[in-house]
Design a protein around this ligand. Structure first.
Ligand code: HEM
Length: 126
């Protein structure tokens, strides 16, 4: 049997590159989120998120080779993430997803996962 991964179904690396690049354009211009990112250059953060999402959806395991277990909750502890930060993060993802024009049910699968993951990373009230 041939199993097509979600990663392949949405168009592979190129699609994740477009998604995460567009997302970080939003972050770069966001006065709430931009100060959370410790590095002046958002390029390395963009690459980490892209490689993580590629791996999560069945693509190459490069993220794990470089970073080990994702431990996303632990890795976000240094950043104050309340509902406002979550909403801003998801807002840029929504814009980025809309530009991909993925067919259903792929678009909804991707969005629902990101909403769930973002909710799980809230670590501060308000
Ligand atoms: C890293 C913020 C949600 C995945 C980071 C960083 C910040 C941040 C400031 C550090 C940037 C870096 O140097 O890599 C936030 C905020 C969120 C959020 C405010 C709002 C809820 C998410 C979600 C995911 C995610 C939903 C996954 C679906 C990652 C990954 C890294 C990261 C993979 C890099 C981890 C590493 O290998 O060091 N995030 N994040 N984040 N975030 Fe988030």
């Amino acid at each position: 049997t041939q199993e097509v991964t979600f990663y392949e179904a949405v168009g592979g690396e190129e699609t994740f590159r477009r998604l995460v690049h567009r997302f970080y354009e939003g972050v770069a211009a966001d006065p709430l989120l931009r100060p959370l990112y410790p590095e002046e250059d958002l390029g390395p953060a963009e690459e980490r998120l892209r490689l993580f999402l590629m791996q999560y959806w069945g693509g190459p395991r490069t993220y794990g080779e470089r970073r080990g277990h994702p431990r996303l909750r632990m890795r976000h502890v240094p950043f104050r993430i309340g509902e406002a930060e979550r909403d801003a993060w998801l807002g840029h993802m929504r814009d980025a997803i809309d530009e991909l024009e993925l067919p259903e049910p792929l678009e909804t699968m991707l969005w629902d996962y990101l909403v769930m993951a973002a909710n799980s990373l809230i670590n501060a009230p308000g």
